[in-house]
Design a protein. Structure first.
Length: 318
């Protein structure tokens, strides 16, 4: 008596059934740093890519050609964060030398050194209008400056331990912070008043607002990602298994969430359901930073000594 033996589906069918397991390769790599790359970001128009690294430099590339444009030198320790201003005229860097620096993105020249903090500076961000700049530090505080003049505007005793990440709300009225005291917090910038405290199981390494400002994502050490109602503080979603995710970011349409982890993977999630859409492998090299391009077609990742760019145009929620 003969029995039919079920056959495994073809590779294409397998990947169609389990897209999160599909193999992916970077479409472009930007090399130049001589040590770990800690953060990466696209310019608002998507034409430039910038990175910050432990080699005490930040670097700016032409995204289309891959041509290096500037190497920003002057910091005396690891450069921990970098961001473009909304008008793309300036860049801000945060550094473990306790300073924040502003640079001219047209010439690469340094404009201001902001030395208000007394310990390592971990994160920096521009307000949506580009008139303010915020930074978070190991000294437990958040500082806000006038981004054009460098004038100090506000300092908040924010956490009971290091402030790891800061992010303006899309309307510019609030600021979110993540700290090593296992909390994320939301602040009213007009008054400096604490509005929300979101409890976590371990140090909060990154916070990110959704583009519409309605949700706040957070990542922390050895714990799942969280998505919160940004107005009420209600937990909306737990995403994935425990992971040491150094950074999270939303795509511009708010439909995807990317996370960069110490285990060498970057994961792309459905931001509405928490479903894993794709895993990008960095050969076990820790991945510290991640950023979607403004058009959502590419994802830039910061790993050991290179910036990698991946085509994620087909990695979309169903």
């Amino acid at each position: 008596m003969h029995r039919s033996i079920p056959l495994w589906p073809s590779a294409l069918m397998f990947l169609a059934l389990f897209p999160a397991m599909a193999l992916a390769q970077p479409v472009r790599m930007f090399a130049g740093h001589t040590g770990a790359v800690l953060k990466v970001c696209f310019s608002p128009d998507g034409q430039q890519l910038a990175s910050a690294g432990v080699d005490q430099t930040a670097r700016v590339w032409d995204f289309k050609t891959g041509k290096p444009l500037f190497t920003l030198k002057g910091h005396q320790a690891n450069v921990s964060s970098i961001r473009f201003s909304p008008d793309e005229i300036r860049l801000a860097t945060a550094c473990q030398d306790k300073t924040v620096r502003l640079w001219d993105n047209r010439t690469g020249e340094q404009l201001h050194t902001l030395a208000r903090h007394t310990d390592l500076v971990n994160g920096v961000c521009f307000s949506p209008t580009g008139d303010r700049l915020a930074a978070g530090s190991h000294d437990h505080t958040i500082t806000v400056w006038d981004a054009r003049t460098g004038k100090h505007l506000l300092q908040i005793k924010a956490h009971n331990n290091a402030v790891q990440s800061v992010c303006f709300s899309p309307d510019g009225n609030r600021l979110a912070s993540g700290g090593s005291d296992r909390t994320a917090k939301v602040w009213d910038l007009a008054s400096g008043k604490e509005l929300l405290t979101l409890m976590h199981l371990s140090d909060v390494l990154s916070v990110a607002y959704s583009p519409d400002g309605k949700r706040l994502a957070s990542s922390c050490g050895n714990a799942p990602l969280k998505i919160w109602d940004a107005k009420t503080g209600k937990e909306l979603l737990t995403v994935g298994e425990p992971q040491n995710a150094w950074e999270v970011c939303f795509s511009l349409d708010g439909q995807r969430l990317a996370s960069a982890s110490h285990d060498g993977t970057v994961k792309i999630w459905n931001a509405n359901t928490g479903t894993l859409l794709r895993t990008l492998d960095h050969e076990s090299n820790p991945c510290f930073g991640v950023c979607f391009s403004p058009d959502g077609k590419h994802l830039a990742t910061a790993a050991w000594d290179t910036v990698r760019v991946w085509d994620v145009s087909q990695v979309m929620p169903k």
